[in-house]
Design a protein around this ligand. Structure first.
Ligand code: AMP
Length: 171
């Protein structure tokens, strides 16, 4: 895990003043550390018998697909409006300034699916909360949410009460 921590670089002031951006691209360049992260997720999530992994654009995709393959689950992309080509459902959510919206294909989740939601960073939890709503609108059961990084001081867990939450690295 020490190698994983070293492969995440803090970028102060990106994309705007006051934010310390956690850049995970060095981790993608380090196959040993990346494999370790994926292995850990698979080990701790296997028992939940997940059949769909849902991840949000775009960094969530980088981890979501390998985890889905290893869990022998399907992968579902959640995207910004207008990107998915077929019939979608959507969910709005609040950002620090203004609003945003996420979409998922309507046929991606079936009633009773056992779902894992996965992303690189849990910050305020607004994005992850919106994704839980998308999954539940379609009758899926959110069995866990997993993040590489949790920014504990932003209390994302406060928005995700009642859900099982896993994170590898806490700041
Ligand atoms: P939030 O909805 O506030 O929990 O923000 C989560 C989303 O924003 C995730 O998809 C992250 O990829 C991204 N994000 C938020 N804060 C950071 C950060 N400090 N560094 C990198 N990505 C972040």
């Amino acid at each position: 895990m020490k190698n994983v921590r070293k492969s995440i670089i803090d970028v102060p002031g990106f994309p705007k003043k006051g934010i310390i951006f956690k850049d995970i691209t060095p981790l993608l360049l380090n196959p040993k550390a990346l494999a370790h992260v994926i292995d850990l997720w698979v080990k701790e999530l296997k028992k939940l018998k997940i059949n769909k992994v849902v991840a949000m654009e775009s960094r969530g995709f980088l981890f979501g697909v390998p985890v889905a393959l290893r869990l022998k689950a399907g992968f579902v992309p959640v995207r910004k409006p207008g990107k998915l080509p077929r019939k979608t459902i959507s969910q709005s959510f609040s950002l620090e300034y203004g609003k945003d919206k996420l979409e998922m294909h309507q046929d991606a989740i079936k009633k009773g699916d056992r779902v894992l939601i996965l992303d690189d960073v849990l910050a305020t939890g607004g994005t992850a909360e919106a994704v839980t709503k998308l999954v539940e609108k379609l009758g899926g059961k959110v069995k866990a949410l997993a993040f590489l990084i949790e920014l504990s001081f932003l209390n994302g867990r406060g928005k995700l009460k009642g859900y099982e939450i896993k994170s590898h690295i806490k700041y």
